[in-house]
Design a protein around this ligand. Structure first.
Ligand code: SF4
Length: 267
């Protein structure tokens, strides 16, 4: 049975093993997030077509090509969203396509990564998803499109974990090192770059090692109080915060991890 593990899971574990236990081992839900994802999904689809379906027999596609790809991606959008998305892609075209001498074909778009990892006799299956993967100097560049109104830059701790996990997965799949993770903010036309190094890889390996030990051995998920307790959804159950914590709801998971091979899935 696969044991799913993501960058946000590892970040949660790093902050507070007990909140990790509540969320992922006991399956106690947190309040969800709401938002109109349709425009973002359509923009991601259009960008994948722009890069993957272009014939590359000319140095640059015209703006009409971008509009053509957008028209194929708008079936679930309102007229206002269609107009907004077209404007966003126009900005993107002028900033990131027309400004270059040629458009280079990516290694992959909207791709999945898969790999394997063995740590302390535990087998981890690694998979990942990304928006675009480009060649970059003597390695690879991961591109993540951000379509929200703000920059949506993940916290630095989460970014570090993401970079480390992708470093591991890409090295297995392509025998190439990840050199850079880049966030492309579609509304503002900004590109924000983060250098990837082997240090990211080593830190994530250490985190996975720690978590694997936890899963296999002591099952003690100690609370680690701090500033992150303020927005924590599990305060009512937490003995570090409450003098008389509420009992935990019925467990939603019945998988005995101590006796099963563990696989890691990166989203
Ligand atoms: S309240 Fe703080 S210590 Fe308790 S589970 Fe949440 S993050 Fe951990």
């Amino acid at each position: 049975m696969a044991y799913p593990l993501s960058a946000s899971r590892l970040q949660t574990y790093q902050r507070c093993p007990q909140s990790y236990y509540y969320r992922y081992e006991r399956g106690i839900k947190q309040p969800g997030y709401f938002g109109a994802a349709n425009l973002g999904t359509a923009l991601h689809q259009a960008l994948a077509k722009i890069y993957w379906d272009w014939h590359y027999q000319e140095p640059l596609p015209p703006l009409d090509w971008v509009h053509h790809c957008w028209q194929q991606s708008i079936s679930n959008l309102s007229p206002a969203q269609v107009a907004e998305g077209k404007s966003i892609l126009d900005t993107y075209y002028h900033q990131f396509i027309a400004a270059q001498p040629t458009l280079r074909k990516p290694v992959a778009v909207e791709g999945k990564l898969q790999g394997r990892l063995e740590i302390q006799n535990l087998e981890f299956g690694i998979t990942g998803r990304y928006d675009r993967l480009d060649w970059f100097e003597d390695g690879l560049e991961l591109i993540d499109y951000k379509s929200g109104r703000d920059k949506q830059i993940p916290e630095s701790t989460l970014l570090d974990v993401q970079i480390g996990l992708y470093y591991l997965a890409l090295e297995q799949r392509y025998a190439q090192s990840l050199k850079q993770l880049s966030l492309l903010c579609l509304r503002s036309g900004e590109k924000i770059c983060f250098v990837a190094t082997p240090v990211h890889r080593e830190r994530v390996l250490q985190m996975i090692q720690d978590l694997a030990m936890q899963l296999r051995t002591d099952h003690q998920w100690h609370p680690a109080p701090g500033q992150h307790c303020d927005p924590c959804s599990y305060r009512r159950y937490c003995p570090a915060i409450q003098e008389h914590p509420e009992p935990l709801p019925e467990s939603r998971t019945g998988f005995c991890r101590a006796t099963q091979p563990i696989q890691l899935v990166l989203f």
